[in-house]
Ligand binder design. Structure first.
Ligand SMILES: [Zn+2]
Length: 247
């Protein structure tokens, strides 16, 4: 006879087993192994968008070309209807983006992309936290994304708040301090460098988070070392729409 405590323990054990097998599968992929079990369904033999099967450099070139179309105002027509059946069966985006939540910086527009092209995670201030990292690990280990772009932008309110916190000891309500504390280290690194502190902090925040992806994730770090993944950083210019990649 099984009481409710016993059932709860069994359920917890089942969850732990699932998480262990999922993690093992992800690590196997990162190490170049096969996809076992249910995760195999995520990457099918015939990808829904064959044109998205790119190596890291080609993926970066495609982002650059899409942004050039966006800047010039000559974007492609994206007719979603004909893509729906293929995308209902799966996804194989050619790049992942860690971007800001700012309403003016929309990766799919900025790179003239359609559905199924970009795996986008957004948070005000475009920084890595544990949930962002898990999402991006999924995009690489399960979906096979060859490129992750950290995309900051000028006049970022979150970075500006961190600048004010560092230079003027500004205080913020609610959970906003959580954003500020994540960005503040980038501000502190460049605050004595002179020039436009907001612009310098924005670029530094992008660079720090590009580095954090490989440093904080074995899955991403191993994929980079295996040549399967490229990490890049860029800043979006609000006045032109141009995405400037950081060296
Ligand atoms: Zn922003």
């Amino acid at each position: 006879m099984c009481d409710s405590t016993c059932c709860a323990e069994a359920a917890a054990h089942s969850r732990r087993s699932f998480l262990r097998s999922s993690l093992a599968a992800a690590l196997a992929v990162a190490a170049g192994g096969a996809l076992p079990g249910g995760l195999a369904l995520a990457r099918t033999a015939s990808p829904p968008k064959p044109q998205n099967v790119l190596d890291p450099d080609a993926a970066l070139a495609r982002l650059t070309e899409g942004n050039a179309r966006y800047v010039s105002g000559v974007t492609r027509r994206h007719d979603f209807a004909h893509e729906r059946p293929a995308l209902a069966a799966g996804q194989n985006p050619y790049a992942a983006v860690l971007g800001c939540a700012d309403s003016r910086v929309v990766p799919e527009y900025a790179f003239d992309c359609a559905r199924g092209d970009l795996f986008v995670t957004r948070v005000a201030g475009n920084f890595v936290n544990v949930d962002m990292l898990g999402s991006l690990e999924y995009s690489v280990a399960v979906l096979g994304v060859p490129l992750i772009l950290v995309l900051g932008h000028d006049k970022c309110g979150a970075v500006a708040a961190a600048v004010k916190a560092v230079t003027e000891s500004a205080q913020y309500p609610g959970r906003i301090p959580s954003l500020v504390s994540a960005i503040a280290p980038a501000v502190q690194k460049v605050q004595d460098g002179g020039g436009d502190l907001l612009a310098a902090a924005t670029a530094q925040n992008v660079r720090d988070n590009v580095a954090a992806l490989a440093e904080r994730s074995t899955i991403l770090g191993d994929a980079v070392r295996a040549g399967k993944l490229r990490l890049a950083g860029a800043v979006y210019r609000l006045d032109t729409g141009r995405v400037e990649f950081l060296g």
